[in-house]
Design a protein around this ligand. Structure first.
Ligand code: SAH
Length: 348
């Protein structure tokens, strides 16, 4: 008997790899598709549920593969309906996933790493430092748990939780493949958004997937000096490099880029920055998503007053930019943008 420790996560295998595994086990290759259906369409959490597989195969699978890569540690529910799930990974690290209902939409905000390397100065996710990458199973597992074990139906998927998705590209790409493929979850690429703090080689790799995935750039500073100060990765890749990578992405994917811009009172919200931001949006034919800062304990930044947020939005609009203000949800449970820290800062 194999011990728990030597079992692998079934979700770390794509369809091609699972097919090879079937061959190695002396099973017909079509079993791989059958297993995919059980895992990603029916959402089983135990091999005994896969009732059309022969018992001998279920037993083999059970000896070799784990279906759920983590367990639910806690769940918080905000007054505004946002829910935050804290998952305990098998190595006792924690990740957080947020479900954001808004009108007809139910968006799931997914984590890709435990901690983060990039240290944007205003963000909580970088505070514990970088711990590790999530595996593909730990990424898709967030969807499976919420959709099947907790039975929430979901419409949109954003890689805006803990970590930098493009810094964990192999896992991200495999997770997206399983999410998007008809044999897997069958989620349209247009319902998936990847957000990055500007990892240029990653943007290029994402382009090579040739999918209509939405790309959001966490810009935050509309000139090199300010961007370097707020997003340290701006020291490695200049604004020009990052913008031209986004421009190429928009052209090849046919999707409109979103520029995310956190509003930090007195730091990046003057009319001068609005003018610079509008110019960038115009060049990229991008839309702008303003995010009034969500306070993080111990960090010295403040959210501007409502009037200041509106003034900044109006300066952008006057210059012809498409702009929305993100109503950051789940503030009372530390589930808002940039507040996820995997239990490091969780409430109570
Ligand atoms: N690493 C990726 C994914 C994180 S997405 C990225 O940087 O894009 C989370 C978004 O929330 C990013 O735009 C991030 O810069 C922003 N953010 C971080 N901390 C925040 C805070 N305290 N308040 C509001 N937005 C914040």
């Amino acid at each position: 008997m194999m011990s728990q420790e030597t079992k692998r996560f079934i979700g770390d295998l794509n369809l091609a790899e699972l097919s090879q595994e079937m061959e190695a086990l002396g099973e017909p290759v079509y079993r791989a598709r059958q297993i995919f259906k059980w895992l990603y369409q029916k959402g089983i959490s135990d091999w005994s549920e896969a009732t059309d597989l022969p018992l001998s195969l279920r037993e083999k699978l059970n000896r070799r593969f784990i279906i759920r890569p983590f367990e639910l540690e806690t769940c918080y529910e905000s007054r505004d309906g946002t829910r935050k799930f804290v998952f305990r990974l098998r190595d006792d690290n924690f990740i957080e996933t947020v479900l954001i209902p808004s009108g007809e939409r139910r968006t799931l905000c997914l984590s890709t790493q435990v901690g983060c390397k990039f240290g944007c100065v205003f963000c909580a996710s970088g505070l514990p430092g970088f711990i590790r990458n999530l595996s593909p199973a730990e990424i898709t597992g967030q969807i499976l748990f919420v959709r099947h074990d907790l039975e929430f139906s979901l419409t949109n998927f954003v890689f805006m939780g803990m970590g930098e998705p493009l810094d964990n590209f192999p896992s991200l790409a495999k997770a997206i493949e399983i999410m998007n493929s008809p044999e897997g979850m069958g989620i349209a690429a247009r319902r998936i958004t990847v957000s990055t703090c500007g990892l240029v080689p990653g943007i290029k790799k994402l382009k090579e997937l040739r999918l209509q995935i939405n790309l959001s750039l966490s810009l935050h500073g509309p000139n090199n000096e300010l961007r370097r100060r707020l997003v340290p990765l701006g020291r490695r890749y200049s604004l020009e490099e990052v913008l031209s990578a986004c421009e190429e992405y928009a052209e090849s994917s046919g999707r409109m880029i979103t520029l995310e811009y956190v509003l930090l009172d007195g730091i990046n919200n003057s009319s001068k920055e609005a003018a610079q931001l509008a110019k960038i949006a115009h060049r990229l034919k991008a839309k702008i998503n303003l995010i009034p800062y969500s306070p993080v304990p111990g960090l010295p930044y403040q959210r501007p007053a409502r009037e200041a947020v509106e003034a900044f939005r109006d300066w952008l609009k006057e210059r012809g930019a498409k702009v929305t203000v993100r109503q950051s949800k789940g503030l009372d449970i530390r589930a808002a943008c940039g507040q996820l820290a995997g239990h490091f800062l969780s409430p109570k």
